[in-house]
Design a protein around this ligand. Structure first.
Ligand SMILES: N[C@@H](CCC(=O)N[C@@H](CS)C(=O)NCC(=O)O)C(=O)O
Length: 217
């Protein structure tokens, strides 16, 4: 049995859920909030971060470690390219997404969605300005430069690079962020296709249900 400890509104949890759903693996989501100091959670997540994967009594933290473990354990529909160079490039884009793109797009989510909805505080406008004028353009300039005119980020099919990058843009949707197609035509084309897949549409529909539950209780 597979259990994911975390909440689906986290970009890193979403990355794992998209991987499971893409590969058609059944799982259960066990809600744990980021930074939980529950001692049982700290045993399985020494850094206190979500997600953590549980598989038949085996526990592993960190979305990158989890996705690699899942792909090794369930090799059907692999999300890691076969060639060593493509695999390295996919891992690099995963790393860029998990660091710089998360900082930019989840940063906006935090300001415009998380603070007002969950903390009852307004966005910090100086931070929003910095995100919109500096952090996000710098991250998107790079993503635009590596996005192909057609197909997936690494040619040959969906990879961990696509899953990691797309989860960040989904995060930004909660902050009403839209990619400017004039400035970033390749990202726009790529996202229009990704967002129209059943994989992404079903994920977002499930997030809405999770969000409604969270807001209710
Ligand atoms: N490198 C980790 C990062 C996970 C992460 O930063 N998760 C955030 C939630 S989006 C978290 O749990 N933060 C709580 C904290 O840092 O205390 C991964 O890929 O899983």
């Amino acid at each position: 049995m597979i259990k994911v400890h975390g909440v689906s509104l986290s970009p890193f949890v979403r990355k794992v859920l998209l991987t499971l759903e893409y590969k058609g693996i059944d799982y259960e989501l066990s809600p744990v909030f980021p930074g939980s100091d529950d001692p049982e959670f700290r045993k399985i997540s020494p850094l206190g971060k979500i997600p953590v994967l549980e598989h038949d009594g085996f526990f592993i933290a960190d979305s990158s470690c989890i996705c690699r473990y899942l792909d090794n354990t369930f090799p059907e529909k692999s999300i890691y390219p076969e060639s060593f160079q493509d695999d390295a490039r996919a891992s690099w884009l995963e790393e860029f997404a998990d660091s710089r793109l998360v900082e930019a797009l989840a940063g906006l989510f935090r300001q415009r969605f998380f603070r007002p909805k969950f903390l009852g505080k307004p966005a910090e406008e100086d931070k929003v300005k910095e995100l919109l004028e500096v952090t996000i353009p710098s991250a998107l300039d790079y993503i635009e430069s590596i996005t192909p005119n057609e197909g997936t980020l690494i040619s040959g099919g969906v990879s961990i690079a696509d899953i990691s990058v797309v989860t960040c843009f989904l995060q930004a949707q909660y902050a009403d962020f839209e990619v400017d197609g004039k400035q970033y035509p390749k990202i726009k084309r790529y996202l229009d296709i990704a967002l129209d897949t059943d994989l992404v549409k079903n994920r977002l529909a499930n997030e809405q249900k999770d969000l409604a539950k969270m807001m209710a209780g």
